[in-house]
Design a protein around this ligand. Structure first.
Ligand code: ADP
Ligand code: MG
Length: 530
């Protein structure tokens, strides 16, 4: 039976109130078909794209089955692929379980195990953990799964991709046979089907047609771009589309470093996450992105797995996903909970076949679109600048400069004064100069040039270290090295133009602080995006 409203599931007042407080007005499609059987204790396979509300689909039944008289051991265990996801799921369970007093705790690698042991000892109802850390606790004897009556495998396909399959089987074997097992996944690879056969009893299969979800809510387009033009294409789109929050996906950690670095350098508010960053750095980055302090997040697939970021308006596949499942996962980061979203994929001429393959298996259509022209970018930038200036006038934020304006106006033509001020505000860049200023090599003239290095504060490097390493590797005197600016993931180093090539070839691919670094000429500073 398909229920239309939460109240029709026969849920307790406590849970209904919690859902109401969370702003859940009606069940999502997967919740409509999954909550009923799950409440009855059926094993369940839920197949639905990300962002469709799977957490509550199993979270509501878990909370409803919460015991009032607390035992010492948890009765539910949810396995999730990443630490971020474990935290998110535990949060959602705690929100749903608030009025019922059902307590969920996330257990994941990277956090002090002692802290987790303490919270486990206090007594918890549901454990949400990454498979590796759950095994760790089982081995230490700090987590007893003997009292488990519900097991959930969340994002099962991702856990498989991350190599957790053996861990999952081990954990399943630790739990009582009479348990209820629920498996949620966006896709069903063979290995997951095998797990389901082996460990589930006559599971009810519920699924939401991905075609319906993807096509209606997410506008999908692709741009044909050559590899070397991608950054240019990206910034043009960012300028013209004016997204609220953008998630940019790259293949590799290095590509993430490069793309985020270049964007920052061009004045965009961009952050990066990938597996090489410390957990606390990733957390900080995510928080900034969530709050909108950073409006572009560049990530690898692994780092972005399962993240629920409410307002991503644009997902940009800077590199085409390696397979159709990857595509579905990535674009599922936008169009969350019924909102609309835009998914953009960059395709090099050689990748056309792969694009068609993705379209076919994801049963979707990805429309070809044309990149904004220079003119359109120019107009978009002008519009933004105009809005900024008018905003300052409207907000009376310019009192301070009025007498200076009068002084300038007494000496120059008004239009020259305004144009010069605008040029300053725009970061001194010539708005026409979009294509040419990118990807050019080192200027031939004398003076200093800036180099871009994929090594930064997070590698625990200091300015002094960098000077020493560069002068040693490139065999140039330290005093010839100019200004060094350290950022988290990368840095800029000024060197004399005539030595730039030498520094680049000496440092490229050299291992520093345990990491192979890349050096290249920095892009000229461009437009500031607020
Ligand atoms: P999935 O696990 O399918 O990727 P999530 O469970 O993370 O999706 O849900 C995506 C977002 O939708 C979350 O922010 C969640 O709080 C919200 N959500 C889930 N169910 C509902 C609902 N019934 N009404 C409104 N928002 C919902
Ligand atoms: Mg989920």
């Amino acid at each position: 039976m398909n229920h239309k409203r939460f109240s029709e599931f026969g849920l307790s007042d406590e849970v209904l109130k919690a859902l109401f407080d969370m702003g859940f007005e009606e069940p999502t499609p997967i919740q409509k078909i999954a909550v009923g059987p799950a409440l009855k204790g059926r094993d369940l396979i839920g197949l639905a794209q990300t962002g469709t509300g799977k957490t509550a689909a199993f979270g509501i039944p878990i909370v409803e089955k919460g015991r009032r008289s607390k035992g010492k051991f948890p009765y539910a265990v949810v396995l999730a692929p990443t630490r971020e996801l474990a935290v998110q799921v535990a949060q959602e369970l705690n929100r749903i379980g608030r009025n019922k007093g059902v307590i969920s705790v996330p257990i994941y690698g990277g956090q002090s195990i002692e802290r987790q042991i303490k919270s486990l000892q206090k007594g918890v109802d549901a454990v949400v953990g990454t498979p590796g850390r759950v095994i760790d606790h089982i081995q230490r004897g700090t987590l007893n799964l003997g009292g488990i009556s519900i097991v959930v495998l969340d994002e099962a396909d991702e856990m498989l991709n991350m190599g957790f399959i053996d861990d999952i089987e081990r954990i399943l074997k630790e739990t009582p046979k009479e348990r209820q097992t629920m498996l949620f996944s966006a896709t069903m690879p063979e290995e997951i089907v095998r797990i389901a056969r082996k460990y589930m009893r006559d599971p009810e299969r519920v699924f939401v047609d991905p075609k319906k979800l993807v096509v209606t809510k997410i506008t999908q387009v692709f741009y044909e771009v050559r590899e070397e033009d991608k950054i240019k294409a990206l910034t043009r789109l960012l300028d013209v589309e004016d997204p609220s929050l953008t998630l940019v996906f790259c293949h590799t950690k290095r590509e993430v470093d490069e793309v985020s670095g270049k964007l920052q350098q061009m004045g965009y508010s961009a952050g990066a996450i990938h597996g090489d960053f410390t957990q606390s750095f990733r957390d900080e980055m995510m928080e900034k992105f969530r709050k909108g302090e950073t409006d572009i997040l560049v990530a690898t697939d692994v780092a972005a797995r399962g993240l629920d970021i409410p307002d991503v308006s644009h997902v940009i596949n800077y590199s085409i996903p390696q397979n159709p499942d990857g595509y579905i996962h990535r674009i599922g980061r936008t169009g969350r909970a019924g909102k609309s979203g835009i998914a953009i994929t960059f395709v090099t001429p050689r990748e056309y076949r792969q694009l068609r393959l993705i379209e076919k298996s994801a049963k979707t259509t990805i429309r070809k679109a044309k990149l904004p022209t220079k003119d359109e970018v120019k107009r978009a930038r002008e519009k933004e600048l105009m809005e900024d200036v008018e905003g300052v006038i409207a907000g009376n934020g310019h009192d301070f400069y009025v007498s200076l304006a009068e002084a300038l106006l007494s000496r120059h033509e008004p239009k020259d004064v305004v144009a010069a001020a605008l040029s300053l505000a725009a970061g001194g860049s010539d708005p026409e100069d979009i294509e040419e200023s990118l990807g050019t090599g080192i200027p031939s003239g004398a003076g200093m040039v800036r180099l871009f290095l994929t090594l930064g504060k997070k590698d625990k490097i200091r300015v002094g270290d960098l000077v020493k390493s560069i002068s040693a590797e490139a065999n140039i005197p330290g005093r010839k090295i100019g200004k060094i600016t350290l950022f988290d993931a990368f840095s800029f180093v000024e060197v004399p133009a005539h030595l730039a090539d030498r520094v680049i070839s000496a440092l490229n691919d050299v291992v520093m602080h345990g990491r192979k670094i890349r050096v290249q000429p920095a892009e000229p500073v461009k437009k500031k995006k607020k």
